[in-house]
Design a binder for this molecule. Structure first.
Ligand code: FES
Length: 163
């Protein structure tokens, strides 16, 4: 005769424990599967959007820029230039392979350190492999009196902001 048939023995209690263990294991597995499904569903339903900084740059007050100055902003990749004709903004990114150019005060030109392209302060190419001039960006005065530059809008050259 088997021991588990005896009344008061510990064996039937162990069977219940095993049953409960497998029941909990099954429920836990279902819970994990449900959590994984919810997680992947959330990722699938979320928009796959790349958030980029605004192309609009607030260059500040016109008084910051002396007459006949070329001000380079490495962070935003623009030049803010103030000449007799007015203010304008150029891209500081070389049109050859995208290196950051630099204003050479001693030579009075914008130079690219990568392959030697050179540009006038109006962005016109004067030497090197760059295929195009530096683009002019739309530049305007905000209601608050600051110079604004839209890096996403290229305009034809020689359109000055006169203040
Ligand atoms: S990236 Fe400027 S000359 Fe090549």
């Amino acid at each position: 005769m088997a021991e588990d048939s005896k009344p008061g023995s510990a064996q039937p209690e162990r069977k219940v424990d095993r049953r409960a263990f497998f029941a909990r294991l099954g429920l836990s597995s279902l819970g994990l599967a449900a959590a994984g499904t919810l997680s992947f569903s959330y990722q699938y339903m979320s928009p796959n959007v790349l958030y980029e900084p605004s192309p609009i740059v607030n260059a500040g007050s016109p008084e910051k820029y002396a007459m006949n100055s070329v001000t380079e902003d490495q962070v935003t990749g623009i030049y803010l230039i103030h000449l007799q004709e007015g203010f304008f903004s150029l891209s500081a990114i070389c049109t050859h392979l995208g290196c950051m150019t630099a204003w050479r005060q001693d030579l009075g030109i914008i130079a690219c350190p990568c392959h030697g392209s050179r540009f006038t302060r109006y962005g016109k190419k004067i030497a090197g492999p760059a295929p195009k001039p530096l683009p002019w960006y739309r530049t305007w005065l905000s209601d608050g009196g600051d110079i604004m530059v839209d890096r996403a809008t290229v305009i034809p050259p020689m359109q000055f902001l006169r203040i």
